[in-house]
Design a binder for this molecule. Structure first.
Ligand code: ADP
Length: 249
């Protein structure tokens, strides 16, 4: 595997808060077109890692590469324009707009590449068609005219993913997509992520290990800010160090 095969890569990534390294020497390699999980016990550094990738935080050490390009010194908006987008961050939904309107707004946003605000009238129907298509992909075909506020919790998350997809990201970061969901919502959201992952690179922080097992080809396990191990689900699940880490060792 060469460097070009990685959609997202970090080298020696580190972040210290007043001398305490929340993330330390992390080399993360996310293969192009794969679904990759970042897991680890509470306090392992997952959120800090995500914040470093999207440039919400600046690293103390190391570098971040998006498709081989060094993005370490760029800002969040620049990184988003290059195609690294985190769900539930830039594309928050508007509760009083309908699903269709929410996705249209995202398609027309600064970060959306395909459409601009002052598009000719002919582009409007194209815009609508694209919004409907994205909503169908996340299972909201029957909710086009419902407002975001009217949706169930699971469907709200699906709408958020649709607005993120509207930005046509190269790499999508999903921050605990099933957090706070009941069993009845977890299965459809997992299926939906699996469908939208087609041809796209996704890095996911997820606590539900059966969701990770279903979705992810590769898993990086963090502990105390460092990479404990990396591999397939079966490899990491059978790693004695991982078992100990999860039991609080
Ligand atoms: P995770 O997402 O895996 O639960 P975090 O990245 O949130 O882990 O946190 C990793 C460690 O860094 C924790 O010990 C946390 O207390 C610490 N930490 C995170 N953010 C800050 C901050 N802004 N200032 C000081 N310590 C922080």
């Amino acid at each position: 595997t060469s460097a070009q095969d990685y959609a997202l890569e970090t080298r020696d990534l580190g972040k210290s808060f007043a001398g305490f390294y929340a993330v330390k020497g992390v080399n993360l390699q996310v293969r192009r077109g794969s679904v990759h999980a970042l897991i680890g016990p509470n306090g392992a550094g997952k959120t800090t890692c995500f914040n470093l990738l999207t440039k919400t935080l600046s690293p103390t050490t190391g570098k971040v590469f998006l498709e081989g390009r060094d993005i370490t010194r760029l800002r969040t908006a620049q990184v988003a324009k290059l195609g690294l987008v985190r769900s539930f961050q830039i594309s928050a939904t508007f509760p009083h707009l309908t699903c269709l309107e929410n996705v249209r707004v995202a398609l027309q946003s600064d970060y959306g590449k395909s459409f601009r605000f002052w598009s000719p009238i002919s582009a409007v129907s194209e815009l609508n068609a694209r919004a409907v298509e994205l909503l169908e992909r996340v299972g909201l075909a029957n909710a086009l005219d419902l407002t975001a506020a009217e949706l169930s919790y699971g469907k709200k998350r699906a709408l958020e993913i649709a607005t993120t997809l509207a930005l046509d990201p190269k790499v999508l970061l999903l921050d605990e997509p099933t957090a706070g969901m009941g069993h009845e919502d977890i299965e459809p959201i997992t299926k939906m992520i699996s469908e939208v992952s087609d041809g796209r690179t996704i890095l996911i922080v997820e606590h539900n290990l059966s969701v990770v097992a279903t979705l992810c080809e590769r898993i990086t396990v963090l502990q105390h800010g460092e990479v404990l191990t990396e591999g397939t689900y079966d490899e990491v699940a059978n790693d004695p160090d991982v078992i100990t880490a999860y039991m609080g060792g």
